[in-house]
Design a protein around this ligand. Structure first.
Ligand SMILES: [Zn+2]
Length: 107
């Protein structure tokens, strides 16, 4: 969709609510996100460094925890029907090995 390219720049750079809103998505999308095609669709995959892994997550591959400080992958759908923001909101944290060894319906 076309964006009206109307710079709304008040003097100074005090409050920028729109940028604040985009910050989380930027953090997810920044870095080394890449598209991977799998048998079940297109996925965005981003590496999370040990330093960036601050919380414990549950890996959907094995059901076990991804502990803080453990480099892993964040994955979300690239072709999600409800849009990118929704896909990112539903992102999952995988052990790198679990994502690599993931098996989808390929029987
Ligand atoms: Zn796992």
């Amino acid at each position: 969709m076309p964006r009206s390219n109307r710079p709304r720049r008040p003097r100074g750079r005090a409050s920028q609510p729109a940028e604040h809103e985009a910050l989380d998505a930027d953090r997810v999308l920044g870095g080394m996100a890449r598209v991977e095609s799998a048998g079940d669709g297109e996925w965005m995959v981003r590496s999370v460094s040990a330093a960036a892994a601050r919380k414990e997550y549950s890996c959907p591959g094995c059901g076990r925890a991804v502990p803080p400080g453990n480099p892993h992958l964040v994955v979300w759908r690239e072709d999600w029907i409800f849009g990118e923001a929704d896909a990112i909101a539903a992102r999952r944290h995988w052990h790198t090995a679990c994502w690599r060894g993931r098996s989808f319906q390929n029987r």
